[in-house]
Design a protein around this ligand. Sequence first.
Ligand code: ATP
Ligand code: MG
Length: 776
Amino acid sequence: MKANYLDDLNAPQREAVTTIKGPLMIIAGAGSGKTKVLTTRIAHLMNNGVDAFNILSLTFTNKAAKEMKERVEKILGGSEARNLYIGTFHSVFARLLRSDAPKLGYPSDFTIYDSDDAKSVVKTIVNELNLDDKHYKPNMVYNRISAAKNSLVSPEEYQHDYAIQQEDQRSSRPLIGKIYDMYAKRCFKNGAMDFDDLLYKMYVLLKGFPEVLAKYQHKFKYIMIDEYQDTNPAQYEIVKLLGAVHENICVVGDDAQSIYSFRGATIQNILQFEKDYDDVKVVKLEQNYRSTKSILNVANEVISKNKGQIEKNLWTDNHEGEKIKLIRTNTDNDEGKVVADTISEQKLRNHYDNKDFCILYRTNAQSRSFEENLRRSAIPYRIYGGLSFYQRKEIKDFIAYLRVIMNSRDEEAIKRIINYPVRGIGKTTIEKVSIYANDQNMTFWEVLERAKEFGFKGGTLEAIDGFVTMIQSFRVMLEKHNAYEVAVQVGKSTNIVKELFNDKTTEGLARYENIQELLNSIKEFTETPTEDGELLDDKTLGIYLQQITLLTDADNGKDEDSNVVKLMTIHAAKGLEFPIVFTVGLEESLFPSGMSINSREELEEERRLFYVAVTRAKTRLFLTYANSRYRFGQLQQNEPSRFLEEMPEEFIDRSYAGGGMRNTGPIGGGGASWGNMFDKKKAPAGPGAPASSASSSARPTPRPAAPAGYHVPSANFTADDPATMEAGMDVEHQKFGFGKILSLEGAINNRIATVMFPKGGGEKKIMLNYAKLMIV
Ligand code: ATP
Ligand code: MG
């Protein structure tokens, strides 16, 4: 055991860690060591004789849980940390529900529906009720149902609640309550819970079964919750129930980082905590260890514009650091280019690795221009959230087989694969099966099993029987074989793997590789202990499916720590830190979001989001925005975000050109521009803009020892005017090194050169407007 683990802490941190008994609230600003305190506190509890099995710790991502476990193990040595109950609310409750779900009438192998599955069920119901799905949009209805569950409102209550009825009538959607009711029944029949059910049913279970409540109250003698400011009413009530006997509850949070009120999280939970228990101890942490003074000052100043924050004085002993760089570009594509160029420059100048960078945006849709430009610059990256690996069609199809094998009631999964690969079971047949199942109050699967009795004939009957027999054979196999072996057999028997293998298109190849990757991940799963601390011999297909369904936006399944630039929404970045952060798209109507500027509450939440973004940065922070961008298929002109005006001027550098680019003068159109962002007239946007003196200071200074694999540009590297270049010339490119121009094409102000770089990856097409190319 590491004996001196308390020495790493400052006085209030140590006080929080060593306060073991009673309710404790740690309320503190960003980067002040809240998560570190939680981790150390777990180790301290165990060091003082508390059994790991008695500790429940709820984190924001599975990744955070894994890290915590590892850090506790580091402090304590040994593998006891494996026995902790650490994870997200959803993953921990899913695990508890596995053993108690039968009490609620669910199979213990219940399926977990992701939001796609859930919306598909909603859509089916909207159609069954002959409602217009443009009026009752499945997405909107699903969100309403989700909100109801997170506020612990049952379908019955929803339907009877006068106020809600009123509201629905005002918005002329009076049938949402009915859809909610049918949806809940359908999920139950399918043996499925959606994400929100993992909270809602947990609550129902604890409320309805006193012996179950007593069991967990006794088990979880110590409860800890990170990011408490973002708990919703369901989470709040469950924790209150679980902790009611021992009252050893420790919550940590920051009211300034509350960013989930749109999902029903309420900051009241923090304020209420002191009232819920007698003798609550409150510890404040005020020293930030993460960021430079410049970064912290900007964050503090902007958040001070919010009213009614809990008083905190967040300071740091760290260096002042560089000023925050503010970069304005003409278009969103230029924004992507500036960021990619700046990453290249920072790697070269300051020896950063790809993994040191994070690009944060307000919405997932913004990732495209960054992806394109990173790819063009050959910078490896990964997008967190958005369409993840597990949401790809071929992966979902394959997983649907595994789901059906596990849970025959899972109608959504059956429908997904009953005719994939094509086996002659058409839409009409599927609709008939649905109708029979509803009429007879049977499951979809039961109707399939008895297809002959229901009058199916000929080829259709044969196809259905073939499908049923195949699934049954997988189930039999599951008794003696592990998840991987069964999955391989699924690939074979269904012909999926072979079909994809024979599809030689690029997409087909990618799909084939994805399926192989999925099989690899199942293999890996069966061979290593689960993240969840599940027992080693409990490597069932069910646990595998649960794990992948509950990955959060910030979790990425595999290769968490690989050396890539990370791209994610600000919401997903909560609790994380990176040496260099780009917060992009700082424009009115994008950030703050156009949907959130009509009330003070909404605007303040956007400001907290900005605070979260800024405080992820340790050493360097870049803020970017574009004059215009395509959104919803239209070119929009946007003003700079109001948050930029709120920043203290002395910590901001507005002269940075971005990525060592220089203004390409006569060409215009691309690249960064600079100047006073609030005075557009001053900004040299477009043709004829004079090169700013700032641009030269932003050019990379050659270093004697560049990282391996990099071309070191000549001293005083200055790109030459594209107009003077010809085929046959020898040139030097800042990144690809020396080369020869093979040909030139395009108009004089938009010239593209084909250049052969013998040591820089061969032949490349270079846009001279953007390239840093010098005649040698
Ligand atoms: P957030 O509000 O973003 O969740 P946090 O309050 O949870 O932040 P941590 O992530 O725990 O803060 O800590 C921020 C950084 O400061 C981490 O790199 C952590 O290791 C470091 N840190 C925290 N406390 C100390 C300390 N006493 N000495 C040195 N480093 C510390
Ligand atoms: Mg934290």
